[in-house]
Write a protein that binds this ligand. Structure first.
Ligand SMILES: [Zn+2]
Ligand SMILES: [Zn+2]
Length: 646
């Protein structure tokens, strides 16, 4: 028997006889690996562990800790689900059942059979029973004719439609237990590792995503090798639901949407506006310290502006269409970004190298067309405000500016309680440098210096080749929230193109004209998205300095309303925000309502407080803090009330 060369992930090469299986390679490496192996990557494709390898290959064996392992696990779970569903509902017809980021779904046609939570539980039980049978997932090659015969006799029109689109000779079936599915794989060896199972929900889905087709039921589920992992997942899922910014945004009266105003166009309610203004104030102060100058530019710009910037050519057709004036031949666009406007500000006077860097900052509201189906709460909207700034500098200043922006981003994250963050450095594709604009030497230098700036500041990064925009390398921040979910927030982008397109210049020390480098940066990214992430991160319990309402005053009875009002007035004079709850309600109810609104401080006043000139302080989530006079209250918490400073 001839032998083949297998290259392992560490680069070492081992010889095996032709036809070796992934599981056998796993055994040759370690018994532990063989026990935990779920699938194998062979030359970039994920395979079954039982599939023979017949030629020299690079491989990687996947366990639960790898994406490729989870993929095969959840794909296999979809088959297990289908087997269980068919056992409970013989005659059910199947569409497709892929693994997804978390778990899997299967589109099925159950006819008129009602299917809800009870039914999910029954099928789940069946899945557990079948999983325990330790049935192998067996792959077989079938001809197109055989495949058609099988599903014709089974009476499954959806599978037949899928087979029609497949090439004869490329069709495979998988069988486990009594269930056969049309499938390319890959699958885990047997059903046994699927130990914890939960069917999550049922939704409607048109066959092949086409609304002209029949609406099928899409059943979502998730599985794990251990019960504990399932429990943790379900806990996080529940927690995420409670923290959903769309739900909390409504409950806390922060923002709203109106169909009449238009989809994806958020309306900031008074409390949300206070929150947002507070964030702006915080950022403005930090930016002044960091040498930024504020600018303001209009919400629209002439078509020519975007022809110059290149946005018109690139995005014109896919964005909001032009605004025309009544009698002149004028065309304007809603601004999709602030940079072209800022370039024109740069051009208002001649610049010398001594003026650089110039840093223009604007809370610039931009409008981008998103398909209605893509819109989601505050995270995907059609109009949003960036905490935007553009730095114009010399190539020598790029690194120093990156360090400064990284410091600013750190300050933002720390002030808002994000402790877990990393960044991605997006570099050129070294194989094809021709598709990037800007001098080769400048790119090399900027790429190196971005990395150095990040390293100097102790920022953990992953460098990804080929991810840079054609006009410059960039640094994107990834933040983990309290539930461990990753969000992309904040970005710093080098740009060699716009300064050229706008013919920006400065006179250098050599008395010659040069083109400046432009750096786009936005620590929040967009205020809308940032607020959404922040709400979910802190579950609506904002830091005291940011809370729209920092206190409520709760009189025990109406006798104390006047005193309570004086408390409110006094605190407002110290720039502390709050309100009086003078409703004719029991104090217990008032406390509960303030707790629900996540008001940080409740100041309770009754007979004793009035006679002593004090308030009883209760902190949200912490409880009684004792009674104090107002001065004491303000000084005790003054640091938390004021904007964080760097
Ligand atoms: Zn499959
Ligand atoms: Zn920009």
């Amino acid at each position: 028997m001839s032998s083949i060369k297998i290259t392992l992930p560490d680069g070492s090469v081992k010889e095996f006889s032709k036809g070796i299986k992934g599981i056998e390679i796993a055994h040759s490496i370690s018994e532990g690996l063989a026990r935990n192996a779920l699938s194998i990557e062979v030359n970039g494709e994920i395979w079954d562990l039982s599939r023979p390898i017949n030629q020299d290959s690079s491989i990687k064996i996947f366990t639960w800790n790898d994406k490729g392992g989870k993929y095969a696990f959840w794909h296999s779970s979809a088959h297990l689900f289908a087997e269980a569903l068919e056992a409970v509902y013989p005659g059910v017809k199947f569409g497709i059942g892929p693994p997804i980021e978390n778990g899997f779904y299967y589109d099925v046609d159950l006819g008129d059979i009602p299917f809800g939570d009870e039914e999910l539980v029954a099928v789940e039980k069946k899945m557990v029973e079948f999983a325990k049978q330790n049935n192998a997932f067996v792959r077989s090659d079938v001809s197109k004719k055989e495949a058609i015969e099988y599903f014709t006799s089974k009476g499954d029109p959806y599978k037949l439609e899928l087979i029609e689109g497949l090439q004869d000779g490329s069709i495979t079936f998988y069988k486990q237990g009594n269930f056969v599915d049309l499938c390319r794989g890959p699958h885990i060896p047997t059903t046994a590792p699927i130990k914890a199972i939960k069917l999550l929900s049922v939704a409607g889905a048109y066959w092949r995503g086409d609304e002209k087709n029949k609406m099928l039921k899409r059943i979502y589920g998730i599985t794990f090798p251990k019960q504990k992992e399932l429990e943790e997942y379900l806990f996080l899922l529940e927690e995420a639901k409670k923290r959903d910014h769309r739900k909390l945004g409504k409950e806390l009266e922060l923002f709203a949407f109106s169909e009449k105003v238009g989809m994806g166009l958020p309306l900031w309610l008074p409390k949300g506006t206070v929150l947002r203004e507070r964030l702006e104030q915080f950022m403005r102060r930090a930016q002044v310290k960091a040498g930024y100058e504020p600018v303001v530019t209009p919400h629209i710009g002439s078509k020519q502006l975007y022809v110059t910037s290149g946005h018109y050519e690139k995005y014109g057709k896919d964005s909001f269409q032009p605004i025309k004036t009544p009698d002149e031949n004028e065309e304007f666009f809603l601004k999709p970004m602030n940079c072209p406007h800022h370039c024109e500000i740069y051009k208002t006077k001649p610049r010398s190298y001594k003026d650089l860097p110039i840093r223009y900052a604007e809370f610039g509201t931009v409008y981008r067309y998103e398909q209605s189906g893509e819109l989601h709460g505050l995270t995907r909207v059609r109009g949003f405000t960036q905490d935007d700034a553009h730095i114009f500098c010399t190539p020598d200043q790029v690194k120093g500016e990156f360090v400064k922006v990284i410091d600013l981003v750190f300050f933002v994250f720390k002030s808002l309680g994000f402790e877990n963050y990393t960044a991605q450095v997006s570099l050129r594709d070294p194989a094809d440098k021709t598709k990037y604009i800007g001098e080769d030497a400048l790119w090399d230098r900027a790429e190196r210096e971005i990395q150095e700036a990040a390293d100097e500041r102790g920022l953990k990064t992953v460098a990804v080749k080929g991810e840079a925009a054609f006009y410059g390398p960039k640094l994107d921040f990834m933040v983990k929230d309290a539930l461990g979910r990753s969000w992309q927030l904040g970005t710093i982008q080098v740009d060699y193109q716009l300064p050229q397109r706008f013919e920006l210049e400065y006179v250098g020390a050599d008395n010659q004209k040069h083109c400046p480098v432009m750096i786009h940066r936005a620590p929040f990214g967009s205020l809308e998205r940032f607020v959404a992430v922040l709400i979910e991160h802190c579950a609506g319990n904002f830091p005291l300095w940011l809370a729209p309402e920092q206190f409520s005053v709760l009189p025990i009875s109406e006798k104390f309303n006047d005193y309570a009002q004086r408390v409110v007035d006094t605190l407002r004079e110290s720039d502390i925000r709050g309100f009086l709850d003078d409703r004719d309600e029991k104090i217990g109810r008032k406390i509960r309502d303030s707790e629900m609104k996540k008001v940080p401080f409740m100041l309770i006043v009754g007979e004793k407080e009035v006679s002593e000139g004090k308030v009883s302080v209760r902190k949200h989530g912490e409880g009684d803090k004792g009674s104090m006079d107002l001065n004491e209250f303000v000084t005790t918490f003054s640091k938390e009330f004021s904007l964080p400073s760097s």
